[in-house]
Design a protein around this ligand. Structure first.
Ligand SMILES: Nc1ncnc2c1ncn2[C@@H]1O[C@H](COP(=O)(O)OP(=O)(O)OP(=O)(O)O)[C@@H](O)[C@H]1O
Ligand SMILES: [Mg+2]
Length: 147
């Protein structure tokens, strides 16, 4: 019988309370397993935002602002974690979050993806967030969904 011996655990971070729980769980699992942890945050590209924000900034400026904001979110989450003794990396990527997380796990040959059941979205009536739903369907590895 082979025991589960993960080398790489990936966790999706969007700054929500659920993703904070997901990150804490992922840290403890990585520590217990001696696995590497990648904390990944995905910036949604700014397409389609014109008109909502009034006179639009240039796409490059907007993208940069979004990347900075997402980086701050990731830094804040990492600040709250006890990562002592856990080999880890923070990663910022861009695109559709569910798709990018699944592709990242494929590329990196991840052994586990951890996400929150809900995220930073506002649509409270959804039972499970669209990103969580997407990765449960599409990720190449097991997915752990944390409430
Ligand atoms: N941009 C992102 N980058 C990395 N991980 C993310 C991102 N968005 C969501 N996640 C992960 O997915 C989990 C579920 O979030 P999700 O976005 O599916 O729920 P929601 O925001 O409540 O719903 P929706 O986005 O569909 O309105 C989060 O707790 C987090 O772990
Ligand atoms: Mg969301």
């Amino acid at each position: 019988m082979t025991v589960w011996d993960p080398n790489l655990i990936v966790v999706g971070v969007d700054g929500s309370e659920a993703s904070q729980h997901a990150a804490s769980t992922a840290v403890e699992m990585a520590r217990a397993a001696g696995a590497t942890l990648h904390l990944v945050t995905v910036v949604r590209p700014p397409e389609g935002w014109w008109g909502i924000v009034g006179s639009p900034p240039t796409p490059a400026a907007l993208t940069e602002a979004l990347e900075d904001a997402q980086r701050e979110i990731l830094d804040r989450v990492v600040d709250h974690l006890d990562l002592d003794g856990v080999t880890h990396e923070t990663v910022e990527d861009m695109g559709d979050p569910g798709r990018v997380l699944a592709a990242y796990c494929e590329e990196q040959d991840a052994d586990l993806l951890v996400v929150g059941r809900r995220g930073a979205g506002f649509i409270e009536r959804l039972v499970i967030g669209s990103v969580a739903n997407k990765v449960v369907n599409d990720a190449p590895c097991p997915v752990l969904v944390i409430p």
